[in-house]
Ligand binder design. Structure first.
Ligand SMILES: Nc1ncnc2c1ncn2[C@@H]1O[C@H](COP(=O)(O)OP(=O)(O)OP(=O)(O)O)[C@@H](O)[C@H]1O
Length: 270
């Protein structure tokens, strides 16, 4: 039987060469995360590149969300969590940076849309206000631009003061994306952002991701293989807390090095 361990001994990870690689936005080296006795991430060496969409795929429990939550330091809000190794965000030591600075550059969108119990306008203005922007004209402009970038403006421009809870699930998710964009992040971390949405809303969010990557680097966790293949530039396949393979998305889906990747992307397990 081929296990992850003996596969890795036999086959080195494909390495992204310097010439083809754009600038790094996140670099993790020997990153380990434990929840108490559960070793959730094992020696993760991964470089995430700027202005690309990076998909994280793998079966349930393999550590995808933990990886994402480590990148924005949410994971350590759990007192049982222990972390070792290094993580860089641009040229900053991510694990020791101030959380406020990090969060002002790294937005997060969750699986279930989670608008605040406020108006559509106030949801988007929330972050900029927190960062000290008070002038109404400036906030108006940020709200409009963010909603336009999130492809929601036309649907809500006439009801900005209405409750965000009156929007459909797909609209609420685009509102949450607009809320993240309002702080002009350089990265958007998305944890299964379309898993609660219908196909039409999913399509809108996917198109949006393609548009956004001009300005923002995106890391997306997804269980949907077609989605990863459609929207990402690179894909990392996680299994049992390890990275089995990381490469350009076409290679992962059409010519994977590991038969474990091949089996997973072709639905033979997971
Ligand atoms: N708060 C927690 N306390 C204890 N163990 C946790 C906690 N969160 C995650 N784990 C464990 O860490 C491992 C990785 O979980 P994680 O949620 O990162 O996986 P995942 O790949 O995102 O899964 P899914 O696809 O089901 O969301 C699993 O074994 C999980 O049970």
């Amino acid at each position: 039987m081929t296990t992850l361990t003996n596969y890795r001994q036999a086959t080195p990870l494909r390495v992204v060469t310097q010439t083809e690689a754009p600038a790094a936005i996140f670099t993790t080296e020997g990153l380990n995360v434990w929840y108490g006795d559960t070793h959730a991430l094992k020696n993760i060496d991964l470089t995430i590149f700027e202005n690309e969409v990076t998909a994280i795929i793998g079966p349930s429990g393999c550590g995808k969300s933990t990886y994402l939550k480590t990148l924005n330091r949410m994971v350590e809000t759990n007192p049982a969590v222990r972390i070792s190794g290094t993580a860089q965000f641009k040229d900053t030591d991510l694990l020791h940076a101030t959380v406020e600075r990090l969060r002002s550059e790294v937005g997060m969108v969750f699986q279930k849309p989670n608008p605040f119990p406020k108006s559509i306008y106030d949801n988007v203005a929330y972050g900029p206000k927190l960062h000290g922007i008070r002038k109404k004209a400036m906030l108006d402009e940020i709200v409009e631009n963010s909603l336009k970038k999130a492809a929601l403006w036309d649907e809500v421009k006439d009801r900005l003061s209405a409750s965000a809870f009156g929007l459909s699930g797909g609209q609420q998710q685009r509102l949450c994306i607009a809320r993240s964009l309002a702080i002009e992040p350089s990265v958007l971390l998305m944890d299964e952002p379309t898993s609660a949405l219908d196909p039409v809303s999913t399509n809108k969010v996917e198109e949006l991701i393609g548009e956004l990557k001009k300005d923002v680097s995106i890391v997306i966790v997804t269980h949907n293989m077609q989605q990863a293949a459609r929207i990402s530039d690179r894909t990392a396949f996680f299994l049992h807390g390890e990275v089995v393979e990381y490469d350009r998305t076409e290679a992962i889906f059409q010519n994977p090095t590991s038969h474990l990747t091949d089996d997973y992307v072709n639905g033979r397990f997971g």
